[in-house]
Design a protein around this ligand. Structure first.
Ligand SMILES: O=C(O)c1ccccc1N[C@@H]1O[C@H](COP(=O)(O)O)[C@@H](O)[C@H]1O
Length: 205
């Protein structure tokens, strides 16, 4: 099975084109103002139409108000919502739209129970737990903490790059991998060579 790839934290047209050309299955946009990768509806409207068919448009939110999520998804015609905060299952389901739920993995967390709670999600995104920061930290976590029998497709994230993603895929066998910092030249700006190297590494794993 081919492992799907999401390139997250895209802030401009050039980086978007590179991700699509490299073969990304999904591109992510961060609607979380404190992030150095944050983008506004107005900025994204300037280039969102350059996304070709069959590339999934993902909007990332962290504990956002439902009104803002609804309006962002409506105006930009997002395909998938990514909830990367402490959102409840009821909160995530209210939008009547496909979503993935992120969880920051640490010892003692019952991921099997978590996946059951979010049974309507299209996938469970596993990220590193770093106190005080919801995500995009560039930190890996202990992949041994991931059970093999989760009820949801696993999207592995957290500190991935072109050098470690093959090992991650061999060990975890996720449905998809998600990267932000590992393909950047500076926060918020992508390194196009790293994007291509990452997607190639995934395809060869
Ligand atoms: O990218 C961000 O700035 C961000 C902010 C808040 C929540 C999540 C964020 N990004 C997501 O974090 C993971 C891991 O990123 P990294 O590869 O370790 O940099 C990924 O799912 C991003 O979508």
């Amino acid at each position: 099975m081919r492992t799907r790839v999401k390139i997250c934290g895209i802030t401009n047209k050039e980086d978007l084109a590179a991700a699509c050309l490299a073969g990304a299955d999904a591109v992510g946009f961060v609607f979380y103002p404190p992030s150095p990768r944050a983008i506004t509806i107005e900025q994204l409207l300037g280039f969102i139409e350059t996304i070709p068919a069959f590339v999934t448009k993902v909007g990332l939110f962290v504990n956002e108000s439902p009104e803002v999520v609804k309006e962002t998804a409506r105006v930009l015609k997002l395909d998938l919502l990514q909830f990367h905060g402490d959102e409840s299952a009821d909160y995530c389901q209210q939008f009547n739209q496909s979503y993935i739920k992120a969880v920051r993995v640490k010892p003692g967390l019952n991921l099997i129970q978590y996946a059951k709670e979010f049974k309507n999600a299209s996938g469970l995104l596993l990220d590193a737990f770093v106190p005080g920061i919801p995500g995009g930290t560039g930190e890996k976590f202990d992949w041994d903490l991931i059970p093999t029998n989760l009820d949801l497709p696993v999207i592995l994230a957290g500190g991935l790059d072109d050098l470690n993603v093959a090992e991650a895929i061999q060990k975890v066998k996720p449905w998809a991998v998600d990267v932000s910092g590992g393909v950047e030249r500076q926060k918020g700006l992508k390194d196009h060579q790293k994007i291509f190297a990452f997607v190639n590494a995934v395809n060869q794993a």
